[in-house]
Design a protein around this ligand. Sequence first.
Ligand SMILES: CC(=O)N[C@H]1[C@@H](OP(=O)(O)OP(=O)(O)OC[C@H]2O[C@@H](n3ccc(=O)[nH]c3=O)[C@H](O)[C@@H]2O)O[C@H](CO)[C@@H](O)[C@@H]1O
Ligand SMILES: C=C(OP(=O)(O)O)C(=O)O
Length: 419
Amino acid sequence: MEKMLIHGGKKLSGEVVIGGAKNSTVALIPAAILSRTPVTLDSVPHIQDVYNLMAILDDMNVKSDFTENVLTIDPTEIHDVPLPNGKIKSLRASYYFMGALLGRFGKAIVGLPGGDDIGPRPIDQHIKGFEALGASVSNEHGAMAIKAPAEGLHGARIFLDMVSVGATINVILAAVTAKGRTVIENAAKEPEIIDLATYLNNMGAKVRGAGTDVIRISGVPTLEAHNSHTIIPDRIEAGTYLAMAAAVGEGVKVKNIISEHLDAFLAKLEEMGVVMDVGEDSIFVYPSGDLKMVQIKTMPYPGFATDLQQPITPLMLKAHGEGLIIDTIYPKRVRHIPELLRMGADITIENDVIILHHCDHLQGTEVAAEEIRAGACLMIAGLMAEGTTTITKVDNILRGYDRVVMKLRGLGADVELID
Ligand SMILES: CC(=O)N[C@H]1[C@@H](OP(=O)(O)OP(=O)(O)OC[C@H]2O[C@@H](n3ccc(=O)[nH]c3=O)[C@H](O)[C@@H]2O)O[C@H](CO)[C@@H](O)[C@@H]1O
Ligand SMILES: C=C(OP(=O)(O)O)C(=O)O
């Protein structure tokens, strides 16, 4: 298994271009099987999650081709096969095949997904949504067996018990071809949900209200893609490079950004004293002076993203005073903390509250990227640290960060992957 070596202490400068959003891409690829014609996606990130989804498509006789940043998917010869195991376990978003297969064939057998180990990640709201649309759902030896009634799925009113990105998307995927009208209340409002709705609507679906907490869907019989879809920029990758630029930059421009998607994050950087020029689709980060400690509470969008609490942590270590992080989405998402402690950070956890203090010196050592954003945190810490940081379990980073070594080197970082 590969390891990432970071020789710390170098200042970064120059430009980095953000790729298409992982969390859009991993929904758009399963959604492609709803189309009766080939689908083209542009601005696709080079991440392992994409290759794993392509392998799952292949199991269904759906051929795909990924050249440069363009992914073409041909679902015209799709076979309706069960997907109980294999690559399904390699990522979280494989659960979108539940909604997509149900929408396309009226049935699905899909193994329980893998993905980041960041505390409990139940899928009860997905199941509640499928059942409301008329499907029966059972757990058969660890795989979900979902079946529409003989007359097909019907529209329904579904009030989600909590705001869930995955459940909102899965219900949309199943409902776009259900008979009648579906209303999802307390829906997630993430930009990736708007991206999915735009893509499906361009195939002939009728999804209204994406980006608000009430989504209305009028079912249509079939979908056909006729245009290429350009994926929105990855706001989490962008936030990671912005935090990195503020921590170890000597002037870094982060390009291909929709800054409105990062409002809560940018407000926190400003509160810390990070100086930025926010342009139309890029942000320039000036070298940091004295930074102020802040308190962060993660919330569903448009609040501060849980996926950015770890990437901002090393930057907070540079600030003076006591800082707090409370992750209300995943309170146990603290797998980066023991690794940072071993690098010399001053951090404690009390009742799921992360308490941070200023730290003058991080020391490179061997640390493990236990999940994707823990990995992002450790990359930034490694760049700040003296000496060499060796990050193990680097697959967790590569599954979601587009060409990360090339991008870091482009900014002047001394980084390499070794076996
Ligand atoms: C592929 C993808 O897009 N992943 C993102 C998605 O994950 P994912 O879609 O899995 O996360 P959700 O938005 O569903 O989870 C939000 C919260 O709801 C809970 N919950 C969710 C569903 C359910 O049926 N029951 C339930 O209790 C979860 O445990 C969590 O506490 O949103 C998370 C929260 O922004 C992000 O960290 C992930 O990067
Ligand atoms: C938790 C994440 O991903 P996933 O939902 O794919 O595990 C993430 O991207 O931070």
